[in-house]
Design a protein around this ligand. Structure first.
Ligand code: SF4
Length: 197
């Protein structure tokens, strides 16, 4: 009987035969092949990478955050690891940093501004617009009331000691420079800007 087989078809057939023979030679029976078919996907598949800084302490280790959409379409952090290119930690993380994913995904994590109004015994969520308006109002009122242009000897000091400022350093150098300039230009003395904040 003649078999009508093109060159491409012949190569395909030969390849399949070699693969089947090789699997057999390595001891993969039907059961093993079925098991291989259920090997789970690479856990970082389909994720996006975002570089950031561990917020726990002043060492400020570099991290890479991996996220992908969950069933509702919202992006969820699925893995966090040390950034091998970061000069501080070279990819390593201490146990606290290694557990960051659970901190980010914790149900108790604060994700919106809160206010405790005068006379109230509880905090309530407010919009960012309202929060920023309240902060601006409080800053202006306190500075107007307490800014010291000169000390008791008449020496110019331009300081404002009744308000403090906390800032986090998971930002660019430019943002940190601007933060410093804004805070110091208002005369604020109590200022902390670093990773653990
Ligand atoms: S990983 Fe550990 S050492 Fe590094 S910043 Fe976070 S808490 Fe500090």
């Amino acid at each position: 009987m003649n078999i009508d087989l093109s060159r491409r078809g012949f190569l395909k057939l030969a390849g399949a035969g070699v693969a089947a023979t090789s699997l057999g030679a390595m001891g993969f029976g039907k059961a093993e092949a079925a098991e291989l078919a259920h090997v789970r996907d690479f856990k970082l598949a389909q994720t996006t990478e975002t570089r950031n800084t561990c917020p726990y302490c002043s060492v400020a280790c570099g991290i890479i955050i991996y996220a992908r959409p969950d069933d509702t379409g919202a992006r969820r952090v699925v893995h966090i690891e040390g950034d091998a290119d970061h000069p501080t930690n070279r990819g390593t993380l201490c146990p606290k940093g290694a557990a960051l994913k659970d901190f980010v995904n914790a149900e108790t994590r604060l994700t919106e501004p809160m206010v405790r109004r005068p006379g109230s015994d509880r905090f309530e969520p407010i919009s960012w617009d309202e929060a920023l308006d309240r902060i601006a109002r409080a800053i202006k009122d306190d500075r107007d009331a307490n800014f010291l242009a000169t000390n008791e000897l008449g020496v110019p000091v331009n300081r404002w000691t009744t308000t403090g400022f906390l800032a986090a350093s998971a930002t660019t150098n430019e943002t940190a420079w601007l933060t410093y300039k804004v805070v110091r230009s208002m005369g604020i003395v109590g200022f902390d800007n670093q990773a653990r904040v």
